[in-house]
Write a protein that binds this ligand. Structure first.
Ligand code: GRF
Length: 216
C-alpha cells in the first residue's frame, strides 16, 4: 500500500519531527516524511532530517516582502514534493488564511495544551496559573483561527506538586511524541473524518488512545 506523503514544518529543536521520523522509519507505518521545511536556517530539526536521509529546505520568511509571498513559496514547495499531509511541529510563523484554507483538512498541528484551554504561547505557565490538575497536548487540524481547529487526538498528564514550567513541559513533551505519530497514522489509515467543527476517529483504539496516558 502506498504510504501517505507527509511534509513537516519546523522552526527549531524538532523533537516532534524526530518522533515522526522514527515512526516513519518503521516499515509498517502508513506514512513517510518526504520533506522538512524550516523558516530558520539554524533549526536543529534540519540536522534531524539530514540524519534520517530526508530532504530539508530553508524558506526564510525574512526574504519575502509579506506573509502572502512567504505562504506562496511554501505552498509551491509543498505541492512540488507531492505532500498529502502537512504537519506543523513547532513551526513559529502564523500562516495566512488563504494558506490555511488551501490546506484545510490536510494540515495538522501539535499544541502543548488540552485544547480548547490555553491557546497561544506559554501554555505550561497558563496551566500552572490556572491550577488545573490535568494538562496535556492536542493534535488538531489547522484552520485560519489560531489553535482552534478540529481536535484529532489528545494526551493528558497530571500536574504534580512542585511542578514548574520546565518539569511540566517535559512531562507533556513525552506524550506529544506519542500522539503526533498516532494522529498521522490514524489519518493515513483513513480513520479520521472531518464533520463540521469536529474530527471523528473511527475504528480500533483511536479514541481510547486519546485518554489518560497510562504511564503516569
Ligand atoms: C512543542 O511543544 C509543540 O507542541 C509546540 O512547539 C514545541 C515544539 O517542540 N507546538 P519541538 O521543536 O518539536 O521539539
Amino acid at each position: 500500500m502506498a504510504r501517505l506523503k507527509v511534509a513537516v514544518l519546523i522552526s527549531g529543536r524538532g523533537s516532534n519531527l524526530q518522533a515522526l521520523l522514527d515512526a516513519a522509519g518503521r516499515p509498517e507505518f502508513p506514512a513517510e516524511v518526504v520533506l522538512v521545511i524550516s523558516n530558520s536556517a539554524s533549526a536543529y530539526g534540519l540536522e534531524r532530517a539530514r540524519a534520517a536521509g530526508v530532504a530539508g529546505l530553508v524558506i526564510d520568511h525574512r526574504a519575502f516582502p509579506d506573509r502572502a509571498a512567504f505562504d506562496q513559496a511554501m505552498d509551491a514547495e509543498l505541492r512540488r514534493c507531492g505532500a498529502e499531509l502537512v504537519c506543523l511541529a513547532g513551526f513559529m510563523r502564523l500562516l495566512g488564511p488563504a494558506f490555511a484554507t488551501a490546506w484545510r483538512g490536510r494540515m495538522i498541528n501539535i499544541h502543548p495544551s488540552l485544547l480548547p484551554s490555553f491557546k497561544g504561547l506559554h501554555t505550561h505557565r497558563q496551566a500552572l496559573e490556572a491550577g488545573v490538575k490535568l494538562h496535556g497536548c492536542s493534535v488538531h487540524f489547522v484552520t485560519p483561527d489560531l489553535d482552534d481547529g478540529p481536535i484529532i487526538v489528545q494526551g493528558a498528564v497530571p500536574v504534580l506538586d512542585g511542578d514548574d514550567e520546565d518539569r511540566l513541559a517535559a512531562r507533556v513533551l513525552t506524550v506529544e511524541h506519542r500522539i503526533y505519530p498516532l494522529a498521522v497514522r490514524l489519518i493515513a489509515e483513513g480513520r479520521v473524518e472531518l464533520s463540521g467543527r469536529l474530527a471523528r476517529v473511527h475504528g480500533g483504539a483511536g479514541q481510547t488512545e486519546s485518554l489518560l496516558n497510562p504511564d503516569f
